[in-house]
Design a protein around this ligand. Structure first.
Ligand SMILES: [Mn+2]
Length: 327
């Protein structure tokens, strides 16, 4: 682990003296958000802490069979000695969960764009998932790896690497998956739950997005409207991972989804081929992420944001024009 020894020690000391711990993850949670939340939360509970686990947008279907998923709250209740934020590059990603609660104590994350917003920042951009960092922190925090903790962490690993196939995959992450299996995590079942199984509503939402997909040069993109969500009865505020399908289209060097939000904003998600970096583009619009996968929420109408972002994204392809796949 690259995280400085003092940072880990400082965080471990803070954790040791805390009795009531709040663990928070990000809005529109993915498997790493929930896997990290539950992995750390359950391990702290097993060590005798009073723990509240909060995800403003709840738990996505693929994570609901994980132990503890039913106890994740939408908002925190009461006061805490220690607040720990996982898998968030900035505080806005926690939604309204931490409003009025001051500076968080711990920030555990793997986004290269992390703003180091907490007292103790345990950020390692080389980790394929925040779950990997949580695993690394277990000994320093004197926490143990039970089967439920291992299952939660493996879910984070599986989902952030889309089944061990993202360009940032490492041999170390494969070894970690093996260790988590040895601790009792059921890889095939977790893989099915978190990555393969889809609700009928999710597939109908894909259909709405795919029916208007566009491709131009190295860009592949589509929009999802509030009307689509209503018509398909998709309950989440996310894109049901449609972005991963767009990213797999032949010739897609950058895939983009524009997701209309109820508050006059548009959530933009980018996926890029290895060698391109969309994280800085996301930062420019107040978001963040990884070189190959990033997002931002932008004020404006769906069509305005779509036009503007397509314009702003194109130069990235021109810079890398020499590597362009010919179509
Ligand atoms: Mn993550």
């Amino acid at each position: 682990m690259q995280i400085a020894e003092e940072a880990v020690q400082g965080a471990a000391n803070a954790m040791q003296s805390a009795k009531r711990v709040l663990v928070v993850s990000h809005i529109r949670p993915d498997g790493d958000a929930i896997g990290s939340l539950l992995g750390l939360g359950l391990a702290l509970e097993a060590a005798g802490k009073q723990v509240q686990m909060v995800s403003e947008d709840g738990v996505p279907a693929g994570c609901r069979r994980l132990e503890g998923a039913g106890r994740v709250l939408h908002r925190p209740e009461g006061e805490f000695d220690l607040v720990c934020v996982v898998d968030c590059s900035d505080l806005e990603r926690t939604g309204s969960t931490l409003l009025g609660r001051g500076q968080p104590d711990l920030n555990i994350d793997h986004h290269v764009t992390n703003l180091l917003f907490a007292r103790h920042n345990l950020v390692e951009a080389g980790a394929v998932a925040t779950a990997e960092i949580i695993f690394d922190l277990l000994p320093a925090f004197q926490l143990s790896l039970s089967t439920p903790v291992a299952s939660a962490l493996l879910t984070g690993l599986i989902t952030d690497t889309i089944g061990f196939r993202t360009s940032n995959m490492t041999p170390r992450a494969m070894r970690l998956a093996a260790t988590l299996m040895e601790a009792g995590a059921d890889l095939p079942q977790l893989y099915l739950d978190a990555l393969a199984h889809r609700s009928y509503a999710a597939v109908r939402l894909w259909g709405a997005g795919l029916s208007r997909v566009e491709q131009q040069d190295g860009l592949v993109w589509t929009v999802l409207t509030l009307q689509d969500r209503q018509a398909t009865r998709y309950p989440g505020r996310d894109d049901a991972d449609l972005i991963n399908i767009l990213g797999a289209v032949d010739g897609a060097e950058i895939a983009i989804i524009f997701l209309e939000q109820p508050d006059g904003r548009v959530k933009v998600s980018w996926r890029a081929r290895p060698g391109l970096d969309v994280s800085q583009l996301a930062v420019r619009f107040g978001g963040g992420g990884h070189p190959a996968a990033a997002g931002a929420e932008i004020k404006g109408s769906l069509s305005d944001v779509e036009k503007m972002i397509l314009e702003q994204t194109r130069p990235l392809l021109e810079i890398n024009g020499g590597n362009r796949v010919q179509q």
